[in-house]
Design a binder for this molecule. Sequence first.
Ligand code: FAD
Length: 275
Amino acid sequence: MSIISFEYFPPKTAEGRATLLEKTTPALQALNPAFFSVTYGAGGSTRDSTLGIVEALCAHGIDVAPHLSFGADDRDTIAALLQRYREMGVRRLVALRGDMPSGMGGASQLVYASELVAFVREQTGDHFHIEVAAYPEIHPQAESYDSDLKFLKRKLDAGANSAITQYFYNVESYFYFLDQCAAIGIDKPIVAGIMPITNYANLARFSRNCGAEIPRWICQRIEGYGKDQESIRQFGIDVVSQLCQTLLESGAPGLHFYTMNQIEPTRQIRDNLGL
Ligand code: FAD
């Protein structure tokens, strides 16, 4: 049975935080997700705001998976954060290398996710279910397709339980990726990351940086709608619903929605799936 989960980022304002907790969360919780995850700015740039949202969600009895990276932090800082999460009742983490925000130090400070997974296991044993990131269209800094697969296996072998992918719109890239993972002995679930299409300009910019491809036919269709936001919105819902339907029918173990802290279009896509 496929699970669904929802991702948040920590809002920057008190108003955004109130909306997320009081409006968005009850609406999305009604869709029965297995958990909510909350992103983390590597280098600790969102340490307090991530912690604050995680704490508030935990206080409502919601299963939360904080994202976590070493960034420029030392082992003691991360160990203390893990301890805080344990005390709050957190049982799941998303362990990442992260990307360093500009102005927060050089790339040399980034610690590979496999090392973080090993550290979490060393510190906390089996307490946490650990998710890691996977890239069906390959991480933009990867040396090669095969090396990226090898390093995904390393993260899972270090003790991660499952993976969540970067978003993609080419469904073949995901199933090919699963086959390649299986061929090198990866047998843990690889959940599909789903990015609803909301703000196309932002999505196009972000996709260029994270190495996710928006197929030409989707770009052409959206560009053809010009300023007609309603048609873009409806097209986005249809395309992503169809993608999710195909994924579920073909055996994807779960769908992880990058909600962008919005109720729609995630709710409409989920409704279209009739889960
Ligand atoms: P890693 O698995 O460490 O890999 C990073 C790169 O190094 C890859 O190219 C890999 O092939 C290579 N590599 C790995 N190990 C080695 C090694 N031993 N030697 C040489 N090369 C190696 N970013 C954030 O800042 N905050 C978030 O909250 C966040 N959440 C995310 C959630 C999901 C589900 C996904 C898919 C991504 C998320 N990201 C987040 C983005 C992510 O941090 C970036 O993609 C980052 O560049 C890589 O992180 P990683 O954990 O995949 O890195």
